[in-house]
Write a protein that binds this ligand. Structure first.
Ligand code: HEC
Length: 209
């Protein structure tokens, strides 16, 4: 969670509570009793709106200056009544949005990384493994299990064990040994991901049958 992002968003939302001000005036108005209903000049009144009208539009008088028959009004209006918004709810909402966004970004990152790994795994598999293990890592009867059904742990472990000479040998380990030597941890991971990815593609249609 990026807290500075959140704070800047909150700061932005509080600026919305700033009220608007305008100045309207009337010169040479002799009859005070009709003043409220007389259109005022200047500002948001613009010679069209009287004080009464302005009040119905949410303006209130914050200051008034009277000089003989000249009147100057300072009017104020709250742009957005942030008081009515539950700040906690707003904060929660923002947090949730940011978390969702982060989650999506992470998922995209992961998917992209997985794809890249699976592509380099594909290259390696096709060039180095396919000739013996077949297109999809099928089982070699009497020699090797189906590679695409193995867990990553098993896959990793058996390959390393060939390196140590401590693992399976159904009499043909010598064939596998140079290839086990060839792969580091990353390669093993990548090849595994590739085998999983082609395995998944196979699964979708057969599941529907
Ligand atoms: C020259 C043929 C050959 C090539 C190429 C080859 N392998 Fe093998 N692989 C074998 C044989 C044979 C075995 C079984 C050896 C035994 O235990 O007797 C085996 C076993 C394995 C096993 C263990 C399976 C099990 O049932 O325990 C894994 C995992 C494996 N290979 C992965 C790979 C990968 C990944 C590559 C490519 C980098 C690869 N192999 C290239 C012949 C090959």
């Amino acid at each position: 969670m990026n807290i500075t992002k959140l704070l800047s968003l909150l700061a932005l939302s509080t600026t919305l509570s700033f009220s608007q001000t305008t100045m309207c005036f009337k010169q040479n108005h002799k009859d005070f009793s009709t003043l409220e209903k007389t259109p005022l000049d200047g500002g948001a009144c613009d010679s069209k709106k009287s004080l009464t009208q302005m009040k119905t539009e949410g303006w209130s008088v914050s200051d008034i200056k009277i000089d003989n028959n000249n009147y100057i009004y300072i009017l104020k209006k709250d742009e957005l009544t942030i008081k009515n918004i539950d700040l906690q709810a707003l904060e929660n909402q923002i947090l949730k949005r940011l978390e969702q966004k982060e989650e999506i970004e992470n998922k995209n990152d992961l998917a992209e990384r997985k794809m890249r790994m699976s592509i380099s795994g594909k290259n390696m598999y096709i060039q180095k493994c396919q000739s013996c293990h077949g297109e999809k890592g099928e089982a070699l009867p009497g020699q090797s299990r189906a590679l695409d059904n193995m867990s990553l742990f098993d896959f990793m472990q058996t390959i390393r064990d060939y390196n140590n000479g401590s693992g399976y040998d159904r009499g043909t380990a010598f064939q596998m040994l140079p290839y086990a030597n060839l792969m580091d941890k990353k390669d093993i991971n990548n090849v595994y991901l590739y085998l999983q990815s082609i395995n998944q593609k196979e699964e979708t249609p057969t599941n529907k049958n």
